[in-house]
Design a protein around this ligand. Sequence first.
Ligand code: 6PG
Length: 233
Amino acid sequence: MSVEVEIVEDPARACAAMLVGAAANGGHVVLTGGSTPRAAYGEFVRAAVAVDLDLHRTSFWFGDERCVAPEDERSNFRLARESLLEPLGDGETPAVHRMRGELGPQEGADDYEHQLLQAGSPAFDLLLLGMGPDGHVASLFPDQDTLSERERLVVGVPHAGLEPWVARISLTLTAIASARRVAFLISGAGKADAVHAAFGPQAQPSPHVPASLVAGVASEVTVLLDPAAAEQL
Ligand code: 6PG
């Protein structure tokens, strides 16, 4: 496994380039939630439209979802719909596999596990992750039992470890590790401590810092940071 840390002025643009590369080959791409990816999704749309990218063989999946309705402002699907899917327009639309947060954590996780198994448990070509200031990835929060799940690809998370304080659905580390390439998209000084703990020179895999566990199981990890997030590396 390899972990490559890239400190760039515009991580969104760097992430968008990786999205274009994965999507252009009809890849399976896992989108992340939170607020950081909005700019990256916008950059991806601009690049995809500019080159008239053919996305009809591309599949978008989700790394996690909040257990709310898809039109709820906290929904990660709503973020992707507004910033990526709808702006792509009516051209060659990709397949979109939504996590059905409205079903609740356990039923929603079972549903998504079924969607993945029905699709043949695809090897994700690119899996995007953000990271919380507590080092959580997807909805795998520090010291929760979900971190030790090795059989399932998707788990329900009854209690979020950070706002929004709603139940979640999340890919497991097993699903994340199956990706050919994982890309972290992290920006802002508020993440600098967690970046140091997860990717710094003395970092060790620990359930206290879920992001550090990804570095230990995924085959190829790229960490895209802006200077503020990297200030303690
Ligand atoms: C979520 C995300 C989560 C996110 C981090 C960072 O559902 O909240 O998937 O893992 O990536 O919390 O979020 P920000 O980009 O908003 O800092």
